[in-house]
Design a protein. Sequence first.
Length: 268
Amino acid sequence: MKFSYETKARLANYKKTNFPDFPDGFWRMNKKSYHHILPEDKRDHNLLPTYRKALVEYLEKKHIKLHMDFHHLNSSQAMCFNFFFPLYIERKLELITEFLGLANETVNYDTVCFEKKGIEAQFNRRPTCFDFFFETMSGKKLHFEIKYTEEEFGKAKINSQKFDEVYSKFLRPLKPSFHDTRKFFSNYQILRNLIHIDDNSYVIFIYPEGNDKVRSGAERVKTEFLESNYHGHFFAATWDKLFVSVSNSTTNQSIQQQLSGFKEKYLL
């Protein structure tokens, strides 16, 4: 709660500085206005200006559905777009594979996808959607789960039919104790991501260092949930470390301008 509260307060100041003429926007859940929310008709301004025009055109072309709360300045979807889209459009995603220690990997830019549908879609079920995804030329599949002010990885109501028809077929990377319906749904938001791991597939959690609840959940993956032979297929990284690595590894001026705006908005 503390991280979320402090972050929203800082983003309220960011809005006041950068959009002084914008009124406060409303949260749909309670119809109240908040200082860290943009008006819905100004939601595109949640995208940083350097790549805003190109990104808006890309999202429309790809028919990418924006989250209900995309106009909130703490939208993790907007955060994901603001960081990864410039690296995609400038063909610099190898900075990400290098950061992850996947040496000599070349990104297949034709596979890059925001809001990548998960395995549930194969069964005509509502899918897990990864915030960002791409494959390498060698066939490695990288799934990114992006967190910002979310308070934790939650549980879900037990759905035995969905477990039997879908999830039970993809449990190999999980420790046997989580092959149980009840325990699976008690840790649903983490495990529905981890079951996408296989011999050529990786899952990456990215979160703020100060978000203790999300960080503690990510730290449980290797100690509690994941079979040891798949530990190398899971990465947990903080935004701060990823940002520093990318910033120090590129001289592209447009990317550097974007990163400067990203730091001001999200990391200070």
